[in-house]
Design a protein. Structure first.
Length: 338
């Protein structure tokens, strides 16, 4: 039997309803954990090491670090996600938030650059109505020819990012709404196999992606040289990669065309993840650090109402971590970024 038509098994296969009475995915920090983090933050600040060069040696967590390494195994080989809860974010300024979120995330992998502009930490915040700012982290963003979707508010469809592991550190929540949603990619695969197996073949073949000019080394938009599979298998394991907006950009701007079945297969991912009980939905609280295995779990965001003042808006820090040799040595991203 073709691997395409085989069910995916293992701990990364779950549905949101599995966690109705199970909150083990929430990793709650103790007062002693917070003390360790505060001490590590002080050490990192004194060292004056650039954030992107910080290693666990610069951000030592003697006890908590061991637990984070155990959690890393769960992220890589288990259910594929966790929320670290209890960081008193109100006690830190934005610079300290960047240091401590980086300091925690590097226990899960090697930090990765997220843009050709040198963004090691991406600010997920609505900037569509912002034309200028004195914030050095955002000034170059508002000067872009076109904003990424991470800098636009509202609903965000099911997708993955271009890395192995994602960290999302919540600084502020929206005025209302904006729930985070997670779904097991393997579960989506199995549901499509069960209900619409003919659409798995186009998902294994994949789609072309198109970059934005600001995100490409050449300075001009380009289409990927080959199709990028949504589902792929290696040594019995399944991997998932899917960014619908970037696929659609290639369709709309580069004239890429697909068959009816290929187009329906894309929409089927969204519809399947939206089926009752499939997704895990929750509100990220200020101080939450969400860790996601980008290869086994996809994520989305619900619509929300935000504040008019920029300083009060929903604000997350996004960090990318590499764990595989291929990603660790990657210097340029494929043209597929949010």
């Amino acid at each position: 039997m073709s691997a395409i038509l085989e069910r995916v098994t293992g701990p990364a296969i779950w549905s949101g309803q599995d966690f109705k009475k199970d909150d083990n995915w929430i990793f709650r920090l103790s007062p002693s954990d917070i003390k360790e983090i505060d001490k590590a933050l002080g050490i990192a600040k004194i060292s004056s090491t650039p954030i992107e060069e910080l290693t666990p040696n610069h951000f030592p967590l003697p006890c908590l670090g061991k637990r984070l390494l155990a959690l890393k195994n769960e992220i890589e080989n288990g259910r594929g996600f966790a929320v670290i809860r209890g960081i008193p974010v109100e006690n830190y300024d934005n610079y300290e938030c960047k240091i401590l979120s980086w300091g925690l995330c590097i226990y899960f992998g090697k930090g990765m650059q997220q843009s050709t502009q040198g963004d090691w930490i991406n600010h997920v915040i609505d900037l569509v109505d912002v034309s200028s700012t004195t914030d050095p982290d955002l000034a170059h963003v508002v000067r872009r020819k076109e904003l990424r979707y991470s800098h636009k508010g509202g609903e965000l469809r099911w997708h993955t990012d271009t890395t192995d592991i994602i960290g999302l550190f919540c600084i502020k929540t929206a005025k209302s709404g904006g729930n985070s949603r997670l779904a097991s990619a393997g579960m989506i695969h199995n549901l499509i196999l069960e209900n619409d197996p003919k659409y798995l073949d186009p998902l294994y073949r994949g789609y072309y992606y198109m970059s934005l000019s600001d995100d490409d080394e050449s300075g001009v938009p380009r289409v990927s040289d080959q199709r990028i599979p949504v589902f792929s298998r290696s040594e019995g394991n399944i991997s998932f990669y899917y960014i619908p907006q970037v696929i659609e950009r290639a369709i709309d701007r580069a004239g890429i065309t697909y068959s009816r079945a290929e187009n329906k297969a894309r929409s089927l991912i969204q519809r399947t993840a939206d089926l009752p009980g499939v997704a895990l939905e929750f509100m990220l609280e200020p101080g939450d650090l969400e860790i996601i295995n980008n290869r086994t779990v996809m994520h989305s965001r619900q619509e929300y109402e935000d504040y008019s003042e920029l300083e009060n808006r929903r604000h997350l820090l996004r960090l990318w971590m590499a764990t595989t040799p291929a990603m660790m040595t990657k210097t340029l991203r494929t043209p597929a970024d949010l």
